[in-house]
Design a protein around this ligand. Structure first.
Ligand code: G3H
Length: 536
């Protein structure tokens, strides 16, 4: 296998971590508080070659392991900041909140290189993809600001219906617990955290298991840009932190991107299920369906990007390929040929697409899936497929996959590409009907009539049908959601603003007294809610 970890000297100077990132603080009450308790080492998926065949996992630094008591003290600060909806942030004019978030984004941009470097080291994401994650996040913040301006402009008028005047706005929900995933630790987290904040909620953010230290360069900026207690950042084990928060019943929204197993545990811990709103992005097993007349070049380009971008660690990745028997040998040959051109290496290596995997025990899990499939009749068809070097696994393309195998059902979230041969189109459709997941599908073919016949049944199984295109979340203005165990709620630039807020109105019967009161409030600008300001 053409893959090796570097010696320390082979790492370009600009990407070296020369001083470990020992993060000793957490953020609450507008302050970075020193954590004096237990800490945990943070290791990179990247190993360093110290001698010809001796490799050591690189230690990036450490993070606090907060306990229940400290976490609940943070919750108290969040509750004080929200003050049952009477806090400064929750009642502030939208224009002012927008200005603060804008200022945050401006300062965040200055930290691009630091965050990108940590993204590479912590989760093994390639340099261009790490840069894209950062830039996409900044764009998302700007788009969110623009969307909120539009929303607020639409709400900036009093309407009259059935003898009742009303102004309808969207108000905050309360305390939001935000937990992002390790594969997009910055982008996916900020896609909930920023809309939650800008709508006037108070946020407690716990970074994912991997991809923690990359937030360190942003802590001071969070502290400087928002009123105290409005954004709180905590660290530690899920059970001690997120679990303890949910048990109090004081969390109003759970914004969680991860597994349905953990989401279920967290939701069940909340004693008042009707109070709790959920914005959940969970597992998926998006299929690609290759019809007999698919264009091989387009299909293979999309399949490679869909199945192996960030080593298959995307919730939207193509995780199972259904290929019509008449086109399979051509498709497999072309897929193999393209796969052989992909570069494996370190995140900063030029053109490297295949990189080490951050999750502890991940290569062993993927090996189990491969062994199970092979024992039941599948075979690996690419050179070095499935070979492992510490945290790196070379992609394994499996053919003859069937429903008896674990890889057919389980979300591998890694570089294993199962191919199922089909003769009857009902086979992939039934797969989707029976699946626990319902995020997206990709259909590859050239005949519009055949594709049209698939669009209607598939659109009721998943939430996005992609034609001759890989599955993906973007552009971020499009709705991103899923059926069954794949998601709860819809996220997008516009939808997220709605998810983290509730329509609220101030209404008054059309009497002289009420007209007088409303007019005076508007003229004297004594309310932040009841006002007709138009944000430019
Ligand atoms: O992991 C799930 C991400 O939301 C996928 O986003 O399709 O842009 O890679 P993406």
């Amino acid at each position: 296998m053409n893959f090796d970890f570097p010696t320390i000297d082979q790492i370009p100077e600009e990407y070296k971590i020369t001083t470990p990132v020992e993060q000793k603080v957490y953020l609450t009450n507008g302050e970075l508080i020193e954590w004096k308790g237990e800490t945990a080492d943070v290791f990179s998926p990247i190993y360093i070659k110290t001698q010809p065949s001796l490799y050591t996992q690189f230690r990036i630094g450490s993070q606090p392991v907060m306990n229940k008591e400290a976490t609940l003290a943070v919750l108290d600060n969040a509750l004080k900041a929200y003050d049952n909806g009477r806090g400064e942030w929750a009642t502030m004019r939208v224009k002012q909140r927008i200005e603060m978030v804008s200022h945050f984004a401006k300062r965040m941009k200055e930290k691009r290189d630091e965050v990108v470097k940590l993204l590479m080291w912590e989760i093994g994401k390639s340099l261009p993809d790490s840069q894209k994650e950062f830039d996409r996040t900044i764009d998302y913040i700007q788009e969110t600001i623009d969307a909120l301006k539009n929303l607020d402009r639409d709400s900036s008028r009093i309407q009259s219906n059935g003898g009742i005047y009303a102004q309808i706005r969207r108000g905050p929900l309360g305390i939001v617990l935000c937990m992002g995933p390790y594969n997009y630790p910055l982008n996916e987290t900020f896609c909930t955290l920023i809309p939650a904040l800008i709508m006037g909620n108070v946020v407690i953010f716990k970074p994912s298991k991997y991809g923690v230290l990359l937030h360190s360069p942003l802590l001071q900026i969070f502290c400087d840009c928002f009123p105290k207690g409005v954004i709180n950042i905590i660290y530690g084990k899920g059970s001690e932190t997120a679990g303890s928060l949910m048990e109090t019943g004081k969390i109003d929204v759970l914004a969680f991107i991860g597994t349905s197993r953990v989401a279920n545990i967290l939701k069940k811990q909340h004693p008042q299920p009707n109070r709790l709103r959920g914005a959940l992005g969970l597992e998926a097993k998006n299929p690609a369906i290759i019809l007999p007349d698919a264009d091989i070049k387009i299909t293979v380009d999309e399949l490679i990007a869909g199945s192996l971008s960030f080593n298959g660690q995307r919730c939207t990745a193509l995780k199972i390929i259904f290929c019509h028997h008449s086109i399979q040998s051509q498709l497999v040959d072309a897929y193999k040929a393209k796969l052989a051109t992909l570069v494996a290496g370190m995140p900063w290596d030029k053109n490297a697409m295949l990189t080490p995997l951050p999750e502890k025990g991940k290569t062993a899990y993927l090996q189990e899936l491969i062994d199970d499939a092979i024992a039941k009749g599948a075979s690996i068809i690419n050179e070095n497929g499935g070979e492992i070097s510490y945290s790196y696994m070379h992609p394994a393309v499996l053919i003859n996959v069937n429903s008896t195998m674990r890889i057919y059902h389980e979300e591998q979230f890694g570089p294993v590409v199962p191919i199922v041969t089909f003769s009857n189109i009902n086979e992939p459709i039934n797969y989707m009907v029976q699946s626990n997941y319902g995020q997206q599908v990709s259909v590859f073919g050239s005949n519009s009539v055949e594709i049209a016949k698939l669009i209607d049944p598939l659109a009721n199984q998943v939430c996005r049908v992609n034609i001759n295109s890989q599955c993906q979340r973007g552009p971020d203005v499009y709705p991103f959601n899923g059926r069954k165990d794949s998601a709860e709620g819809t996220l997008s630039v516009n939808d997220a603003l709605r998810v983290f807020s509730i329509r609220t109105l101030v209404a008054a019967k059309n009497s002289d007294l009420n007209k007088h009161i409303v007019s005076e409030i508007l003229e004297q600008r004594t309310s932040n809610f009841l006002n007709t300001d138009f944000i430019l």
